[in-house]
Design a protein around this ligand. Structure first.
Ligand SMILES: [Zn+2]
Length: 67
């Protein structure tokens, strides 16, 4: 399984956290899976994105991905 999140309960929550896209804290961030190694804000792994950045960059929260 993914090592991005420790529990699914954490993914479901929208909480105050750090948005890796605009590089600041936002009220409601969601865990985003970054699949393109080397092209994201960080090389790989999982990042959190706020609502505005999810809209702007067409990001899909990890919990919402059809798996
Ligand atoms: Zn943001």
């Amino acid at each position: 399984m993914s090592s991005c999140a420790d529990s699914e309960d954490d993914i479901a929550l929208t909480a105050h956290g750090y948005c890796s896209w605009h590089r600041g804290y936002a009220r409601a961030v969601r865990l985003i899976r970054v699949e393109e190694a080397g092209s994201g804000p960080n090389a790989h792994g999982c990042q959190y994105a706020c609502f505005s950045c999810r809209e702007a960059y067409d990001l899909v929260p990890l919990a919402d991905l059809p798996l």
